[in-house]
Design a binder for this molecule. Structure first.
Ligand SMILES: Cc1cc2nc3c(=O)[nH]c(=O)nc-3n(C[C@H](O)[C@H](O)[C@H](O)COP(=O)(O)OP(=O)(O)OC[C@H]3O[C@@H](n4cnc5c(N)ncnc54)[C@H](O)[C@@H]3O)c2cc1C
Length: 390
């Protein structure tokens, strides 16, 4: 640190990298944000099919960061209650807010609107320099500085490096961090659908044989569908278009919501879960999916990424040395304590609810019936909707 400036390099201007940069607004840190995508992909992100279920805590954080007012109010949708269904059974376990809680279970916002709002806020920030269309190829610590080699051949130095470069982070391995990587052989298809039935603001999570269907209500007769299938089945379905796709989708849903029609197209996300063995190294920290790549079924990914980014930013905001090992270690311990139990619980839930052997079908039927009992209902509620304040 020759000139007394506190420089932080951030790899990745996805939701997590942007949240981290935003959380350091108003501090005297100098942030350089490096993103391999072009500027237009950040300033006008295209609709990607994802509707992000936000906790109340995340909404509050986005308000504090000055990001929430940038999301058009008519694009914000409430999740009033949730229903969990198993196979062909008509029984539905209903999860609703507590009797004294007037708030919905959570809030839905399209991922591209969230990304746009975060970008707009960060773009105006005086302590952030954005470099787009350039990837970080290599990074290493040399004499208390991090040295980065970029794809355009240039070299950068910083006091701390944040990798927010996705669950497939290339950089964390260069800092000696190994990661559990678990491809599930399943693909999520997501997109907006019109349907005949009125779902009255209720989210449905339906675990059926060979597939999982979630329906997230946006408007009367309009929802976001999240269909998880074996990857080969997902490839076959996404190859269809127009009336053929609509017919097949209606059939997949066994007519539960009447005739369905896809608004534009379905977007495919092959599922791979990741969990880094360490979140920090010398002058280095992982943020967002680069640290914890959750299964989207329980809607924790961005919520965790945001919480972690804010926690880390607060810890280093006033540090004389932003790469201080103790502060980084503190972040790692707290973020692991918050994410590890839910990561494991989500894997267990997915295991139980995607196992099509008769004994597993019976077990989850029983689990949902018992779900009428308080502990199971609270566990599922915390897992699926994360409405609380954790
Ligand atoms: C179908 C689906 C539904 C979801 N629903 C929810 C939900 O309801 N609630 C919720 O909380 N979460 C949800 N998530 C999870 C959420 O979308 C992710 O957690 C979040 O997008 C991760 O953000 P990120 O910034 O960590 O990573 P990313 O969005 O992957 O961004 C990483 C960025 O880093 C850049 N990059 C990578 N490598 C380099 C490099 N070497 N140099 C420069 N740039 C680089 C990439 O171009 C990219 O822009 C869902 C995910 C999916 C797939």
């Amino acid at each position: 640190m020759t000139d007394g400036k506190r420089r932080i390099a951030v790899i990745g201007a996805g939701p997590a990298g942007l949240s981290f940069a935003r959380a350091l607004a108003g501090t005297d840190t100098e942030i350089i944000l490096l993103e391999r995508q072009p500027l237009s992909a950040l300033s006008s992100p295209a609709f990607d099919g994802r509707e992000i279920a936000l906790t109340h805590r995340s909404v509050r954080s986005l308000c504090d960061l000055g990001v929430w007012p940038r999301i058009p109010p008519n694009e914000v949708h409430a999740m009033r209650q949730a229903k969990v269904l198993n196979g062909r059974s008509r029984f539905a376990m209903t999860i609703a807010p507590g009797a004294t809680d007037q708030r919905p279970l959570g809030i839905l916002v399209s991922n591209h609107l969230l990304r746009r709002a975060l970008f707009e806020a960060v773009h105006q920030q005086s302590n952030v320099t954005l470099r787009t269309g350039v990837a970080v190829d290599q990074a290493q610590v040399e004499r208390d500085r991090v040295r980065l080699k970029l794809s355009d051949g240039s070299i950068l130095e910083s006091d701390l490096l944040i990798a927010a470069d996705s669950r497939f982070s290339q950089i964390r391995g260069q800092f000696g961090i190994s990661t559990d990587i678990e491809p599930l052989g399943r693909t999520m298809l997501v997109g907006r659908v019109r349907h005949e039935a009125d779902v009255e603001g209720a989210v449905t999570e339906w675990f059926d044989r060979g597939r999982t269907v979630a329906l997230l209500p946006l408007d009367r007769g309009l929802s976001s569908i999240v269909l998880t299938l074996k990857s080969a089945d997902a490839d076959a379905l996404s190859a269809l278009t127009g009336p053929q796709l609509d017919r097949q989708l209606t059939q997949y849903c066994r007519g539960r919501w009447g005739v369905m029609s896809v608004e534009d197209r379905l977007h495919a996300y092959p599922l791979t879960l990741t969990y880094a063995h360490r979140f920090v190294a010398d002058r280095f920290a992982l943020v967002g999916d680069a640290a914890v790549g959750m299964h989207p079924v329980t809607a924790h990914g961005f919520n965790f990424g945001l919480a972690g980014a804010i926690r880390l930013a607060k810890l280093i905001a006033d540090a004389p040395d932003v790469g201080d090992n103790q502060r980084l270690a503190h972040y790692a311990t707290a973020h692991r304590a918050e994410t590890r139990p839910l990561y494991q619980a989500t894997r267990a839930l997915v295991g139980l609810f995607t196992d099509d052997r008769p004994v597993a079908m019976a077990a989850r039927h029983a689990a949902l019936r018992i779900g009428a009992s308080r502990p199971t209902r609270s566990a599922l509620r915390a897992l699926l909707m994360q409405p609380g304040e954790h």
